[in-house]
Design a protein around this ligand. Structure first.
Ligand SMILES: [Zn+2]
Length: 263
């Protein structure tokens, strides 16, 4: 822990103020700062990440990771169908399972992860960032140690849309579960205001779903009617119907990818 009462916000560069401290990884007492401009919360500059990621890119106590991948699969599947996505990217794809599941259903997705080999989709690592209709980045933003430059990279690829999940910060207290002190991996917490500021900076629109999903899109790329349909499909009961649908329809993408590699 340092003794600084403030730091420069790693997203918007405004001076952020100390709000509390908390023990993470059971040994480091770490300061948390709130930014008055973008209204986000962040830890002090993280110096413990090597230790936090020393075993795996997944938090050991994150028992919901597999289930969450299935739920994300439903959402990204329906999103890709409604937006008629020709080329998509899972950015920060971890083990690459979501990308594989999307490809199983003939959605042309690729993987990218700086810190992990996407072993389920290792043959589909992205090499050409041009012409992306959709980038998904799920449970990634809260891990960014330098959100300003990392988000800048993402938007500079000029995709038609970017879909992210991260639990939105809304003046939550020190005992907020999403701080994930046992893993030490969650280090930046975005308010809705900060995500609106990001959208404005890069000339995108943004739309929120529940308290954890944001969809950025270029002006004119998604009509209001499509947004209304998406809101309907993202209802948790409707997404469960999509799971049933995915169970029934054949996963033709597996054979298709096999054929492609046997040429
Ligand atoms: Zn800020």
């Amino acid at each position: 822990m340092n003794n600084n009462k403030s730091l420069n916000c790693r997203l918007c560069k405004e001076e952020a103020n100390l709000v509390f401290n908390k023990k993470i990884l059971n040994k480091f007492l770490v300061n948390y700062y709130k930014c008055p401009k973008c209204e986000s919360l962040q830890t002090e500059k993280p110096y413990w990440l090597d230790e936090a990621y020393s075993k795996s890119n997944l938090c050991e106590d994150d028992l919901g990771a597999a289930y969450r991948t299935l739920r994300n699969h439903e959402k990204v599947f329906i999103l890709s169908k409604i937006l008629k996505v020709n080329k998509g990217l899972d950015w920060g794809s971890g083990d690459g399972l979501l990308c594989r599941l999307l490809r199983d259903y003939e959605l042309n997705f690729f993987s990218s992860d700086k810190y992990s080999l996407p072993k389920y989709s290792s043959k589909f690592l992205i090499s050409d960032f041009n012409n992306l209709d959709l980038i998904v980045s799920l449970e990634v933003f809260e891990h960014m140690s330098e959100p300003n430059s990392e988000i800048d990279f993402l938007f500079k690829q000029k995709p038609n849309s970017i879909f992210i999940s991260t639990l939105f910060y809304n003046n939550n207290e020190k005992n907020w579960h999403y701080l994930h002190p046992d893993s030490g991996m969650h280090i930046f917490f975005y308010s809705k205001k900060s995500l609106k500021m990001i959208a404005k900076k890069y000339d995108y629109n943004v739309c929120f779903f529940d308290n954890q999903y944001a969809l950025f899109y270029k002006e004119g790329y998604i009509s209001n009617i499509k947004l209304k349909i998406l809101k309907l499909f993202f209802n948790k009961y409707v997404t469960k119907l999509i799971r049933i649908y995915l169970t029934i329809i054949p996963a033709k993408g597996i054979e298709k990818d096999k054929k492609y590699f046997s040429k």
